[in-house]
Design a protein around this ligand. Sequence first.
Ligand SMILES: Nc1ncnc2c1ncn2[C@@H]1O[C@H](COP(=O)(O)OP(=O)(O)OP(=O)(O)O)[C@@H](O)[C@H]1O
Ligand SMILES: [Mg+2]
Length: 462
Amino acid sequence: MMGAARERLRLTQARMRENNARFGAWFNRVMPKGLYARSLIIIVTPMVILQSVLAFVFMERHYNAVTRRLSAAVSQDITALTDLSAGFPTQADRDRIKQIAQSAMGLTVDFLPGERLPPPGPKPFFSILDSHFTSELGKRLKRPFWTDTVGNSNLIEVRVQFDDMVMRIFARRSQAYLSNSHIFLVWMVGTAVLLLAVAILFLRNQIKPIEALADAAIAFGKGRDVTGFRPRGAREVRGAALAFLEMKRRIERQIEQRTTMLAGVSHDMRTILTRFKLELALIGDTEETEALRNDVDELQRMLEAYLAFARDDTTGEAPIMADIARIIDDTRHNAERQGADVTARFVGDDTLVMIRPDAFRRCLANLVGNARRHAKRIEITGTRDERWLTVTVDDDGPGIPPARRDDVFRPFVRLDDARNQDAGGSGLGLTIARDAARAHGGDVMLGDSPLGGLRATVRIPV
Ligand SMILES: Nc1ncnc2c1ncn2[C@@H]1O[C@H](COP(=O)(O)OP(=O)(O)OP(=O)(O)O)[C@@H](O)[C@H]1O
Ligand SMILES: [Mg+2]
C-alpha cells in the first residue's frame, strides 16, 4: 500500500522534473541570446505588466464608475426637466424651465411642438459610455426617448416624446462622460517610451565594457595584440577585466621565463660542450674517443636546434594581414626547388588573414619538410570560412601510426631511427609547427591522408 503510493509519488516527481527540463530548454531557445536583449526584457517586462494592470484597473473600475455617476447625474437632471415640463405646460413656464436648465444645469432645452422622434440611429459599437448613458436614462425616464451621442462631437442630444411635442436637450459631452481618459493613456505610453529610451542608453553603456573584455580575451587567445583595452564599467565587470589583465600578464611572464631559461640552459651547455670537444681533441684519436665525439656532436646539434627554437619564440613577431594564398604558394615553390612533387591550392576568394607570417611560414615549412622527407607526392590545400583558416598537408608516405601521433609533437621525438638513421632531423619540427599554430590560438593535428600517407592539418581562428 505504502509502496504503491511512494512509487506514484516518485513517478509524478520524475514527470515534473522532465516537464521542467523541457520548459527550460524551450525557454532558453526562445529567449534572445545576447545580454543586451536579455537585460532589456528584464526591464521592459515588469514595466509593461505594471502599466497593463494599472490601465486595466483604472479603465475598468475608476473610469467606469465615474462615467456611470456622471451619466446618472445628467439623466437625473433630464428626468427632472421632463417632469417639470409635463407639470407646467404654459409658454411662460417653459421659458422659465429653459432658463433654469441653461443656468443651473448647463443644459440647452428646446420644445418642438408637433414633432415625432426620429428613428433610432446606429449604435456606436465601442462606446461603453453610450450604453451607460442610455441605460441610466432608460431607468429613470418613463417616456420614449432618443439619444445621439456620436453625431456632434462635443454635445450629446436627447429627445423626449411628449403627447404633442418633442423636448430636445443638448448636454455637453464632458458633463456625462469622463472623456479625457486618453490623456492618461498618452501619459502612460509616453513615460514608458521615455523610460525605455533611458534604459537602452544606460544598458548600452553597461554592456560595452563586457563586449570589450570579450574581444580582448579573444584577441589574446589568438595571439594578437590587445591594444587600448582598459577596465571600465560596473565594479564586477571592471573586476573581471582586471583579473583578465593580471592573468594575461602572468601568462606572458611565464612564456618569457620559459624561453629565457631554455636559451640560458642551451647556451651554458654549449659552452661546456665546446670545452668537451677541445679536451677530446687533445686526447687524440682512438676508437673510444671517436664514439664519444659522435655523441657530443649529436648533443650539440640538439642544443643548437633548441637554441634556434627558443630564439624564434622570443622574436615576438607582430600579427598582420597576410595573403595566405601567397604563403602557401611560396611554400610549394620552396619545396619544389628542393626536388619535391608538390601541388598547392587555396579554395575561396578571401585570402587575407590576420597572422604572424613568419611563424606561419615556419609552421608550414616544417610540415612540408616532413612530407618531403618521407613521401614522394605532396598536396597543400588551404580553405577559409568565417571562423577558421585551415591548411592541410597531405603526402603519400608511410604515415604515422595513430598511437604515436601524440608523441611526435614532443621535442626530440623521432620515429625515423628505425627507418633511416642518417636523414634524421632533430625531432623539433612538429613541436615548432604546433607551437606556431598555438601562438595563433589554433593547433596542428595529424590524421590519415587520402593519398595514403600522413595528413597534417593546421587550423587557426580568423
Ligand atoms: N609526413 C610524415 N610521414 C611519416 N612520418 C612523419 C611525417 N612527419 C613526421 N613524421 C615522423 O614524426 C617524427 C617527428 O617529426 P618532426 O618534424 O618533429 O622531427 P624531424 O622531422 O625528425 O626533425 P626536424 O623536423 O626537427 O628536422 C619524425 O621523426 C618522423 O618519424
Ligand atoms: Mg621535421
